[in-house]
Design a protein around this ligand. Structure first.
Ligand SMILES: Nc1nc2c(ncn2[C@@H]2O[C@H](COP(=O)(O)OP(=O)(O)O)[C@@H](O)[C@H]2O)c(=O)[nH]1
Ligand SMILES: [Mg+2]
Length: 355
């Protein structure tokens, strides 16, 4: 997962770490006077007559070289913009090549620059670590858009909680509905599925199979039926039977298809779901981010799920989608089985990127 991005960030860390190290060497060279002063001070000390100390209190012997080293290492050096400029440009290119959206790449580079330029660092610090921390902080800012805790929301929400999944075709909505059902069941909730993709041939059978595998009640009408009515029926059933969660699978649609987008708006207007979740595939990179923006305009959603992260080496969508939409990533799909769903935690992603 995100292998190419990891590689790029790793090599950036090494190169920029090296550049900062050069700066550090210059600082050491520019300050021989301080080392000289220590040398003189040590020489004077040597001349002074020594009063013998009691053995137990004998001070630890500090050699002249230790003193010089300590003096140099106590110094700080300042990272200036000039020594970073070209490298920051390279970072921006690396992010863009990884499908990070332009405004997001710019924001990351800006944060890295602000954290590093003008900062005072102790000589002898781990320069690679300095760069890693700056990048981690910068990415953290763009992926932690709000602190929405999905599990806590579900726990506290009035039941049944209705969730509608939206997005374009083939991105993994139906599979994700099944994965979410499995996750809710494991947490002890009861689930009803609404087969609200009445548009694509075979869609009802597909979700029906999942419901059967999972032992979950499903509400389905015939192909071509009104999806708003199906979600409505599912919620009514959940209310009557005291089910906790309604998961509505909807038809994939392009944001440019006005009729289908109007249909989706109707599903949401009629049913007022507790949550709308946008599903797209991480592998779609910038396309996924653009689609998210347009879906969010039509049916403002609460968060996204990025599927197929297992097959995504670039990571650009995962880094860009929250900042672009202002809505958090809730889960990542990481495979084709029901268990292949991980709750998205910014710290988890950051650790993956530098492991
Ligand atoms: N590798 C991988 N494949 C996935 C993931 N999620 C879904 N898929 C596959 O993507 C394809 C389309 O999924 P589907 O749920 O039918 O998409 P929908 O059209 O949006 O409902 C199927 O072959 C799924 O098995 C995932 O997280 N990882
Ligand atoms: Mg589907």
């Amino acid at each position: 997962m995100f292998d190419k991005l990891k590689e790029k960030l790793g090599s950036f860390k090494r190169v920029l770490g090296g550049a900062i190290e050069e700066k550090e060497k210059e600082a050491i060279k520019a300050e021989p006077a301080k080392a000289e002063a220590v040398k003189t001070e040590a020489a004077v000390e040597k001349e002074l007559p020594k009063t013998p100390e009691p053995a137990a209190k004998a001070p630890e012997k500090i050699g002249i070289f230790d003193k010089i080293k300590a003096a140099v290492f106590e110094q700080e050096f300042i990272i200036d913009e000039g020594s970073l400029k070209d490298h920051l440009w390279e970072l921006e290119i690396a992010l863009l090549e990884s499908d990070v959206a332009l405004p997001v790449a710019e924001k990351i580079v800006e944060s890295v620059k602000n954290e590093l330029v003008g900062s005072r660092r102790k000589i002898g610090s781990d320069t690679g670590k300095i760069v890693e921390t700056a990048i981690k902080n910068a990415i953290s800012k763009v992926i932690s858009v709000d602190s929405f805790d999905f599990d806590d929301f579900i726990k506290k929400a009035k039941k049944p909680v209705s969730i509608v999944f939206v997005g374009v075709n083939g991105t993994g909505k139906t599979t994700t509905v099944a994965k979410m059902a499995e996750r809710f069941i494991a947490q002890g909730y009861s689930v009803v599925i609404a087969a609200a993709d009445t548009f694509r041939a075979g869609a009802i059978e597909q979700i029906d199979r999942h419901a059967e595998n999972l032992g979950v009640k499903i509400i389905k009408h015939q192909e071509g039926a009104d999806p708003a009515a199906i979600v409505y029926d599912a919620v009514q059933l959940a209310k009557a039977k005291h089910k906790d969660i309604v998961l509505a699978d909807t038809a994939g649609r392009m944001h440019t298809n006005v009729n289908l987008m109007d249909q989706l708006k109707k599903v949401c207007r009629v049913n007022q779901p507790d949550l709308i979740i946008f599903v797209d595939e991480a592998v779609a990179g910038n396309d996924a981010v653009e689609r998210a923006k347009l879906f969010n305009n039509a049916v403002p959603f609460n968060g996204s799920i990025l599927t197929k992260a297992d097959a995504d080496s670039k990571g650009g969508a995962a880094i860009s989608i929250s900042y672009t939409t202002g809505k958090p990533i809730l889960f990542l799909g990481v495979g084709q089985t029901y268990k292949d769903l991980v709750k998205f935690e910014p710290q988890w992603l950051l650790a993956r990127l530098f492991e």
